[in-house]
Design a binder for this molecule. Structure first.
Ligand code: ADP
Length: 342
């Protein structure tokens, strides 16, 4: 085992905003920042990124500081990637190497996503705003007919509610795009997340006479943003309720296998045609726009779920048969602390 680092150096490293590693020869870790487990660069005390190991080898050979970018998966599954800028600095006298890691690529990505999002949003906002304009004209034209005024005013309330929901979901999605839930994550209990999401969906389920059952809930800890994960589970439960006939059941359960937590939401609803399964996760995509509108849908729910899953190093998938029902599975990496780091 290598010698411990001097306390003053440990203190200095602990004060850094960036994640840091100090490596002894053989790439033995003698220091790792407290939050290093959150970025998935180490497993069992060993560096997992071949790109980072290659940069370190160059530094060891040349004794010259190197800067580069590395691309690592956010979790063992899903498409989420984390692009990190690394500075690898030789501490020659002690034969140590200091690695500083920071995520600076995010700003560019946000810019790209925002551009096409704004285009979609303006299009979607035009529908309820256009409806409100027409209805207000209808109210003016019918001012001597109280029954007609009442009918148009009720429609106006529905359209205003749709507009409010749409704006709220747009805000939710753009907050998600700006945030990185793994940069300062919390350790979250799966059972607690599921219970909270079910609580928030209960009123909607009651109004459609749909019973929400909890199946087996395997309990584990995941890392991330509590509100975001609850929002994702809640969106899936709400969809299960909205796309099912009255009097049916929705079941929420969770299981753990190979370090992955799977939260499953199963309904006995209308199902999704095979050729639409990939597209439903796109922003504003609906299989049946009329039905989605009727249930107050915005077309953003599943893209929010996909975003939350990806940003947490996980993924979302669907199994579905038309007129039988659907199961949506949200998979997230199970969190376990690395015990090998000194
Ligand atoms: P929406 O606000 O329209 O529900 P989502 O992004 O949440 O938007 O879902 C996109 C589309 O996927 C829905 O319009 C619906 O056609 C389909 N969908 C989502 N969940 C289910 C489900 N549990 N059963 C059947 N269809 C579903």
């Amino acid at each position: 085992m290598p010698d411990a680092l001097p306390p003053v150096l440990l203190e200095a490293l602990g004060q850094l905003d960036q994640n840091a590693l100090v490596l002894a020869p053989g790439e033995v870790i003698v220091f790792a920042s407290e939050n290093i487990d959150h970025i998935g660069i180490l497993r069992d005390g060993l560096i997992q990124s071949q790109e980072l190991l290659a940069i370190i080898r160059v530094v060891r050979r040349t004794n010259i500081k190197q800067t580069g970018t590395i691309d690592i998966p956010r979790g063992p599954i899903g498409e989420g990637r984390l692009e990190l800028t690394v500075n690898v600095i030789p501490l020659i006298r002690e034969q140590l190497v200091l690695v500083l890691l920071s995520d600076e690529s995010q700003a560019q990505r946000i810019q790209d996503v925002r551009r096409d999002f704004v285009a979609n949003v303006s299009h979607e906002l035009k529908t309820p705003i256009g409806a409100l304009l027409l209805l207000s004209e209808a109210v003016l034209g019918a001012k001597d007919d109280p029954a007609a005024v009442e009918k148009f005013a009720t429609r106006m309330q529905i359209e205003s509610k749709r507009l409010t929901d749409l704006v709220q979901e747009i805000i939710n999605l753009s907050r998600l795009q700006d945030s990185d839930p793994l940069s300062v994550p919390s350790e979250l209990n799966v059972q607690d997340l599921v219970n909270e999401a079910i609580d928030q969906s209960q009123v909607g389920a009651d109004s459609r006479k749909i019973e929400i059952l909890t199946g087996e809930i395997a309990n584990g800890v995941v890392l991330g943003d509590r509100d975001q994960i609850i929002m994702a589970i809640q969106n899936l439960v709400e969809n299960a309720v909205n796309y099912s006939p009255e009097g049916t059941k929705v079941t929420v359960s969770s299981g753990i296998e190979d370090g992955i937590v799977t939260i499953s939401i199963t309904d006995q609803g209308i199902g999704i045609p095979e050729n639409e399964k990939d597209r439903i996760f796109e922003r504003f995509y609906r299989v049946d726009p009329a039905r989605s509108r009727q249930s107050g849908g915005t077309g953003l729910g599943l893209s929010i779920v996909k975003h939350v899953a990806t940003k947490h190093g996980g993924e979302v998938s669907v199994w579905s048969v038309e007129n039988i029902g659907s199961t949506f599975s949200l998979k997230l990496p199970l969190f376990s602390k690395s015990e090998e780091i000194i």
